[in-house]
Design a protein around this ligand. Sequence first.
Ligand SMILES: C[S@@+](CC[C@H](N)C(=O)[O-])C[C@H]1O[C@@H](n2cnc3c(N)ncnc32)[C@H](O)[C@@H]1O
Length: 255
Amino acid sequence: MGHDAATLAALLSGAGFIAPEEETAELLKCAAGDPQLLDSLIARRLTGEPLAWITGSISFCNLEIRVDPGVYVPRWHSEALARGAVVRLPPKGTAVDLCTGSGAIARTLMSRRPAARVVASDIEERAVACAKANGVEAYLGDLFAPFPPTLEGRVDVVVGVVPYVPTPELPLLQRDTFAFESPLAYDGGPDGTEILRRVLADAKRFLCPGGALLLELGGGQDRALRSDLARLGYTDVSVLHDEEGDVRGIEATLG
Ligand SMILES: C[S@@+](CC[C@H](N)C(=O)[O-])C[C@H]1O[C@@H](n2cnc3c(N)ncnc32)[C@H](O)[C@@H]1O
């Protein structure tokens, strides 16, 4: 296999990758001049394995985040949620990042609010290990279950990219996503809101009055959650959009 950048970019482009030049640069950097290693990295990428698993990291909110194989790869469209959470976190406040995966959102909060306490949870051991390797205080378990009770009523920000894809839509996810990433990262139950609704109810116990809840979700789910939000006492509910105008999340205040 030819190893110059143009040949590799053409190979990746021909295989349908949408950013062949950028990917080529990352693969070349990762191989550090070792042609055999480069061949093996390219072969892995051509199977559709996520680039971040191959290179070991990804950029998120201008931070280099380690991403171990098997751990959900943070997406650019979640950066707005992370930035929104930073805005709501007082300098010495406390934040919870649910379903943290690699810990990308928690790390963003830690880097922008170095005096704050940031804790995170994930139900997958390899995700918790990866988040810890990224310096995050991460706990293994279901949503809020692993957090110390001393946090109840004291959290300024609860943020999360929890699974929200409706189960029937899982097969429609990108081929590579479906082939490589765990359905546990995506499956939000019959209409996608099962875990989101549990978070709304449980966050109430942990948030302080005036605390903020920021959750990523898909189109239409903001409307589905309105009555739960009102019933549970959340106010100032706003919908977050991405650069393309699609609904990407909600932000709400407790009390
Ligand atoms: C879509 S990924 C988001 C990861 C990370 N927040 C990010 O944006 O890169 C969802 C994560 O939720 C975790 N997860 C799924 N169900 C969970 C649960 N009940 N409690 C805690 N974590 C859960 C998965 O293991 C996965 O890492």
